[in-house]
Ligand binder design. Sequence first.
Ligand SMILES: Cc1cc2nc3c(=O)[nH]c(=O)nc-3n(C[C@H](O)[C@H](O)[C@H](O)COP(=O)(O)OP(=O)(O)OC[C@H]3O[C@@H](n4cnc5c(N)ncnc54)[C@H](O)[C@@H]3O)c2cc1C
Ligand code: SF4
Length: 341
Amino acid sequence: MNSFNYERAAAPGGAIRSGSAHGAKFLAGGTNLVDLMKYGVESPTILIDINHLDLAQVTQNPDGGVAIGALVRNSDLADHTLIKNQYPLLSQALLGGASPQLRNMATTGGNLLQRTRCYYFTDVSFPACNKRTPGSGCAAINGYNRIHAILGQTDKGSTSGESCIATHPSDMCVAMAALDAKVEVEGPKGRRTIPFAEFHKLPGATPWIETALHADELIVGVTLPPPKFAKNAYYLKARDRNSYAFALISVAAGLEMEGDHVRSAGLALGGVALKPWRKIEAEKVLIAKAAGAESFRQAAEILLQGAKGYEHNAFKIELAKQGVVRALTLASQGTTEGVQA
Ligand SMILES: Cc1cc2nc3c(=O)[nH]c(=O)nc-3n(C[C@H](O)[C@H](O)[C@H](O)COP(=O)(O)OP(=O)(O)OC[C@H]3O[C@@H](n4cnc5c(N)ncnc54)[C@H](O)[C@@H]3O)c2cc1C
Ligand code: SF4
């Protein structure tokens, strides 16, 4: 590990000032950053420990929504009464991630910014990784790509085909995308709000730019709009092992029901792209129709439009479609049977 300086921030303003130094990184739970430092993937010159900032609360907003501080631990968030009762989709997704020990450390802000689990990215003995070393190529495209992307790899901006086929590994973020969350950030120029759909970036020609966050900005929290899917929500996660494994594909499905008809829907996929994958048209196709296999499959087809598989991951396309139908079916039934934790 390289040597680095360590600072403990007492207030957001101080953290932001220190964070604007070249090579500075914020340290939250450390469950991703410290691993990457040990692997030699990340080498910050200053670590700013933000664990003492007053950002660990979950509070109800006047509009009926919820504000989640950036330092709320994943286990506390999953177990919070407001979240369990009003946003069960988020609670289920959090409990589907990692292990209890990791969730006790992992924070909301850190989870948003966790980096891809692409094997070639985390193993520096592979020189070709455009994300780690811009312009070096991508070892995954013709390598072992079972966990890689099937959507969004050929986004506009890339003139020479795919530059990176990594996925975003978070479960929490998939639920937040379906719930239409917003990310609250603060930097030297003040505070701003980033809609969830704009927070994570597709690779395009610059796969090393992963989010809309500036290097000197601190995530202070996430807000959720008033709850709509308290009764009908299901987070489905398909993985190689039943616990302590990242998603091959995951589906966050929330339905607002009126009798047997859908009034509104929130739907997002994980494990398929470099960001949670959501398409408003896939949600629209469900609205004002009876909940059932026909419209669920239509939504799945829309979400997976343009999907492209590689040597080892083409199976994800049909797996994701079937996952969408199953998650929507279980959500419409209001069951949490089989939800993984
Ligand atoms: C073995 C293992 C299994 C896992 N399985 C899963 C899984 O199944 N599903 C899943 O979703 N996740 C999984 N994870 C990932 C885990 O959820 C993340 O490592 C964790 O959420 C990161 O949060 P943290 O607080 O520890 O972040 P840190 O490691 O502290 O930070 C991560 C990044 O975020 C930045 N950062 C942190 N907080 C802020 C902030 N407030 N503002 C600006 N920047 C900030 C840091 O500078 C760093 O770049 C797993 C991890 C491990 C090690
Ligand atoms: S998929 Fe992305 S992260 Fe993985 S090797 Fe290719 S460029 Fe690097």
